[in-house]
Design a protein around this ligand. Structure first.
Ligand code: DX5
Ligand code: ZN
Length: 221
């Protein structure tokens, strides 16, 4: 079985105690910290911007996995890199990113790890010609915009097809899954080919974060 990473999604944290929450999931064993940037255009809500990413950066040494759910991420890559992002993930849909190939190349030039995100309705064919540019492919397992939604099981064959296609091409990006993950869906997602699990509600709504992370890890093997 592959080595599976857990990425705590701070969108589901208590924002009034954000630093404390980030330190708590770090200590509890989260491998990455997943940070959702939402601009009120690509998705309806607004979350936070570079200033808050900078504050999160001060609370953890773990990689910051920054998911840009915004229109034209190309306009703000440097700002998030400077705020401390390790990974910059952009949406594949043209309603968000205008020149996907260029943006992913630019993320690499800036010294961050590039990732591409595909929404539930977006076919893997859309990322065929940028797969070689990325370290991470994030498959949305809910529609983007909110924590606490139900996992879409019809994404499982897509994860499997993506892993198979990467193997065929000799590429080994992380395949990260985001949305509605819980100990049950983690097992299904990992069996399909995922190796990074974003956990929001299933982690932050539990009284003991270490136990919640362990419960997910146990279901990966
Ligand atoms: C949804 C975000 C997710 C979200 C996951 O648009 O990209 O990262 O915070 O939250 P849960 O795990 O509650 O679905
Ligand atoms: Zn996300």
């Amino acid at each position: 079985m592959r080595d599976v990473k857990i990425a705590a999604s701070v969108l589901a944290a208590d924002f009034a105690r954000l630093g404390e929450e980030v330190r708590a999931v770090d200590t509890a064993g989260s491998d990455w910290i997943h940070v959702d940037i939402m601009d009120g255009h690509f998705v309806p809500d607004i979350s936070f911007g570079p200033a808050v990413v900078k504050a999160i950066r001060k609370s953890t040494q773990k990689p910051l996995n920054v998911h840009l759910m915004v229109v034209e991420p190309e306009r703000m890559l440097e700002r998030y890199r400077d705020a401390g992002a390790d990974h910059l993930l952009v949406q594949a849909e043209p309603g968000s990113t205008i020149h996907l190939h260029r943006v992913l190349s630019r993320v690499r030039e800036l010294g961050c790890k590039p990732g591409v995100v595909i929404d539930p309705a977006t076919p893997i064919a859309w990322i065929e010609h940028v797969l070689h540019l990325v370290d991470i492919v994030l498959v949305m397992t809910v529609n983007p915009g909110f924590s606490g939604q139900a996992f879409l099981p019809e994404m499982l064959p897509k994860i499997a097809a993506l892993r198979a296609r990467c193997n065929e091409r000799g590429l080994h990006p992380h395949i990260e899954v985001d949305g509605g993950q819980n100990p049950h869906t983690v097992r299904q997602s990992v069996e399909a080919g995922a190796d990074v699990i974003v956990a929001g509600t299933a982690l932050f709504n539990q009284p003991d974060y270490a136990k919640a992370i362990d419960a997910m890890r146990m279901n990966c093997s």
